[in-house]
Design a protein. Structure first.
Length: 122
């Protein structure tokens, strides 16, 4: 497994954490203390901001899990990967996108630029 794969695994562990304690631990393991996260719906910095964004998404989509779509691709300290938000009940994936992350020297994520490719109809 490459450093890129490991970083993406830790990223999904944070997004799929099942309790507040697991979420805090997973965010600390995946992201630097001052990591930034930006997508069309959010712009936050630091562990507290990341926990709030992830918790908000999990509350908005109960019964769903974030899953990788395809394989991570990277060079230098950059990694891009696709993802889907999948219903554990029926396998539908109403939300999908891709993210570009920057890795710090310790392998944790220092920034995320997220893009949404598919959203549910309003």
């Amino acid at each position: 497994m490459t450093a890129y794969d490991e970083a993406v695994q830790r990223y999904f562990a944070a997004w799929n954490a099942e309790s507040a304690e697991q979420l805090a631990e997973a965010v600390a393991a995946a992201f630097t203390e001052d990591a930034g996260y930006t997508d069309p719906l959010a712009a936050v910095r630091g562990h507290d901001g990341l926990v709030a964004v992830i918790d908000g998404a999990r509350q908005q989509f109960p019964g769903f899990a974030f899953r990788p779509h395809g394989s991570p691709d990277g060079h230098h300290d950059l990694v891009r990967f696709g993802w889907e938000l999948v219903s554990v009940a029926d396998g539908s994936a109403p939300v999908a996108g891709f993210d570009v992350i920057t890795l710090a020297e310790d392998g944790r994520i220092s920034s995320v630029s997220g893009f949404l490719d598919r959203l549910p109809a309003a």
